[in-house]
Design a protein. Structure first.
Lengths: 112, 113
């Protein structure tokens, strides 16, 4: 089982729609989680951090379910500019090293 | 405050050759991590450098090596290139090795033919 798993999509949704992505993680000791956005052929950029049960930033809501070991990202009122790949990320500590474990990403295409 | 810069942006190499990729960390960041992102995959951790020493390594063979310099910039070297090494190589800098504030560079796209 992969450490971080996501549905690769693609999710094709019309403008204005609400879309949700799920991500599961295997390490029950993980304490923090991130959603990154990656545009085509660009670097990943931090979208949201999740340290407790959830986080909300405008149209974006991230929720954490520790019992089931999954994180979700909800996007309301989708815009064309939301089209991108959304990466679920779980940091892993190994002694003095903190590395990011990425899921494969979920591709979102918002249609006009 | 300058961000993370990587060079070159694109590179084409022949199988068996060697390549060096460069990364300048964000101002104030002393830790550099390198990731490999193959097409359709998420980035995979290669290794991290902190205070000029390798501070953790992912599941990559020894022909992937690196350096960090006193100014915290870093190099990734790959010897004996294989076709599967074709990927986007991302550098991320952070403050301290266990910091959360990662900043990614725009990457170097390496194609091995």
């Amino acid at each position: 089982r992969k450490e971080v798993e996501q549905d690769p999509g693609p999710f094709n949704v019309p403008e204005g729609a609400t879309v949700a992505f799920n991500c599961t993680y295997s390490n029950s000791a993980s304490q923090s989680f991130f959603w990154y956005r990656q545009d085509c052929r660009k670097e990943p950029k931090l979208l949201m951090s999740v340290y407790s049960s959830g986080n909300e930033d405008g149209r974006f809501t991230a929720q954490l379910n520790r019992a089931s070991q999954y994180i979700s990202l909800l996007i309301r009122d989708s815009k064309l500019s939301d089209s991108a790949t959304y990466l679920c990320v779980v940091p892993r500590y190994g002694g003095a090293t903190n590395k990011l474990i990425f899921g494969t990403g979920t591709l979102l295409a918002v249609q006009p | 405050e300058t961000g993370v810069t990587q060079s070159p942006t694109h590179l084409i190499k022949t199988r068996g050759q060697q390549v060096t990729l460069r990364c300048s960390s964000q101002s104030g960041h002393n830790t550099v991590s390198w990731y490999q992102q193959a097409l359709g995959q998420g980035p995979q951790f290669i290794f991290q450098y902190y205070r000029e020493e390798e501070n953790g390594r992912g599941n990559f063979p020894p022909r992937f090596s690196g350096l960090q310099f006193p100014n915290y910039s870093s190099e990734l070297n790959v010897n004996a290139l294989e076709l599967d090494d074709s990927a986007l190589y991302l550098c991320a800098s952070s403050l301290e090795s266990v910091g959360y504030g990662y900043t990614f560079g725009s990457g170097t796209r390496l194609t091995v033919v």
